[in-house]
Design a protein around this ligand. Structure first.
Ligand SMILES: Nc1ncnc2c1ncn2[C@@H]1O[C@H](COP(=O)(O)OP(=O)(O)OP(=O)(O)O)[C@@H](O)[C@H]1O
Ligand SMILES: [Mg+2]
Length: 248
């Protein structure tokens, strides 16, 4: 186990903590935004996996879109064995996806009620009692906003979710799905409500796509103001903290 620091929560993602002063701020809520396929889920998984395996920090993954069974399978391809951690009560997946689409679920934690913020919060509190988590990932918060479908309500409910997670002692990442050309989804509201914003990019440059990451805001912390190259390696995300994507 690596030594912990009381007010920083290291993601343990290679290179990332170097661009944000050593890690996320404890008990804060972050928006991790990006377009489809840019590595958001992978980032969230690595944050939880590293927490549980290296920093003695149990974690909760609230899955509202991709079902946990698929997430575990994809994670295993990078060498992350979540099942073992779940058996040790170091990780919990909450399946808030299957019921919504009428699929049966074999998960330990399944949200079978109507999907609303009260239910989400009840689930988090219950799981928290079981595993004493200090990290949480919500994948994705965009589907929660879609469900609420009222900008005023989204604001209040997202604030409520963030405050609850803070009270529960969770350092949290809300995943926001950005749609090119539609700034109102996944970023616009959430970016003001959260303590920090991380943006993953996968942009076309000539005939290839370049992956990169930016710490867009981070309340209470210094951070890089550059856009850093990202690679997806067989071991997961790798950030180059000393390089810039669009540098000279
Ligand atoms: N084993 C692998 N090796 C290298 N790259 C991979 C591997 N598996 C997935 N990828 C890359 O990672 C991308 C998916 O990452 P991830 O699921 O984290 O993205 P996401 O931002 O969560 O996407 P979505 O918005 O669809 O949920 C794939 O599109 C692919 O480019
Ligand atoms: Mg995803």
């Amino acid at each position: 186990m690596e030594p912990g620091n009381s007010d920083r929560v290291p993601t343990g993602i290679d290179g990332f903590d170097d661009i944000c002063g050593g890690g996320l701020m404890r008990d804060n809520t972050y928006l991790l935004a990006g377009t489809a396929g840019c590595g958001k889920t992978l980032f969230g998984l690595q944050f939880l996996y590293n927490g549980a395996t290296r920093f003695q920090e149990p974690g909760i993954f609230l899955a509202t879109e991709e079902r946990p069974v698929r997430i575990r399978r994809n994670a295993a391809k990078f060498g992350f064995n979540f099942e073992a951690l779940e058996n040790e009560n170091k990780i919990a997946f909450i399946d808030a996806s299957s019921t919504k689409i009428g699929m049966p679920s074999v998960e330990k934690y399944v949200d079978i009620r109507r999907f609303d913020m009260d239910n989400v919060i009840d689930q988090l509190v219950a799981v928290q009692e079981d595993i004493g988590a200090t990290r949480c990932v919500v994948d994705s918060s965009t589907s929660i906003s879609y469900m609420l479908n009222d900008p005023g309500k989204v604001r209040v409910e997202m604030l409520r979710l963030g405050s609850t997670m803070e009270v529960l002692g969770l350092t949290s990442i809300l995943i926001g799905e950005m749609v090119p050309g539609d700034p109102t989804r996944g970023f616009y509201v959430e970016s003001f409500l959260t303590d920090g914003v991380i943006v993953l990019y996968n942009e076309r440059v000539k005939s290839v796509r370049l992956r990169s990451v930016e710490v867009y805001k981070m309340r209470g912390s210094e951070h890089s103001n550059k856009i850093h190259p990202v690679e997806i390696t067989p071991r997961g995300l790798l950030i180059h903290p000393h390089e810039e994507v669009y540098g000279e």
